[in-house]
Design a protein around this ligand. Sequence first.
Ligand code: LER
Ligand code: MN
Length: 272
Amino acid sequence: MRSAVTISLVPQAKGGPFVFWDDLPNAAAEAARLGFDAIEIFAPSPAVLDAETLRKIFQQNQLQLAALGTGAGWVIHKWHLSHSDPAVRAKAVAFVKEMITFGSAFGAPAILGSMQGRYEGAVSRKQALSWLAEALNVLGEHAAACNVPLLYEPLNRYETNLLNRAEDVVTFVRSLTTKNVKVLADVFHLNIEEASLPDAIRTYGELVGHLHFADNNRRAVGFGGIDYAPIVAALREIKFEGYVSGEVLPWPDPQSAARQTIASYHKLFGVK
Ligand code: LER
Ligand code: MN
C-alpha cells in the first residue's frame, strides 16, 4: 500500500474534489513534507506537462506519479467515449491514449472516469456500453504496450448512467477482450451506490488497482462519517497493494485536507 494526494491543474474543474490546485512545485513540496509517497495529477492535457520539469520535481521531492486523470477531455472539450458522434469518440480515445503514453514514462497508469460518458438522446444504453467496451479494449491494449494498467473508475448515478455498481462493473470488465483494465474504487462513489462498502471491495477483488480515499461528504477521511476499519480489512483480504489516493475537497483548506488524509492513512493502514 502506498499513499498519494491529488492535484488539479485544470481551472475549469474548480470546486472539484482535488486537494491541491494549480501550483505543482508547491503541491509536490507540501506532499513530500507530509510524507506522501506519490501525487496524482489531473491535467488539462499531456502537452501542458513538461516531462523534464516533472521529472525534476519528482526527483527533488522523492515522489512518484501515482496516476494521471483524463477527465479534462470531458471537462474542457466535452469529449467522451459514449458520444453519438464518432468523431467525438475518436477524439476522446486519442486524448486518453496520449495520457496513457505520457503517464507510462513515469510508470503511472491513466484513469478513465468522466471520459466514459453517458447514454442520452438517440443512443441506447446497450449501444453506449458497446462503444465503451470497444474503447476500453483499444485503450487497455495500448496501456499494456506501455507496461501500465488502465484504471477504469465506476462513478455514481449522478455522474454516469452506464455502470454504477460493483456486480455490473465486474461482469462488464470481465467481458472485455483486454485483460489490462483494473478498477479504481472511489469510496465516495461506492458510498452512494453500494449496500456494503467492504462487500463491494470484495466483489471487485483482484480487479482493484487504485483507491480514491474519501469520506462520505467527499472531505478527507475522518472529516465525515464512514467507518473505514471494515473497508481496510476488505482491502487486506483482497491483498490490495496499490495507491490509496486522497481525492477529496480542499476543506477547510488544501494543507489541512492533505494533513488529515495522511494522518488517516497512517492510522488505518498502520504504515509510517
Ligand atoms: C469524479 O467524480 C471522480 O471521482 C474522478 O476521479 C473521475 O474523473
Ligand atoms: Mn474518483
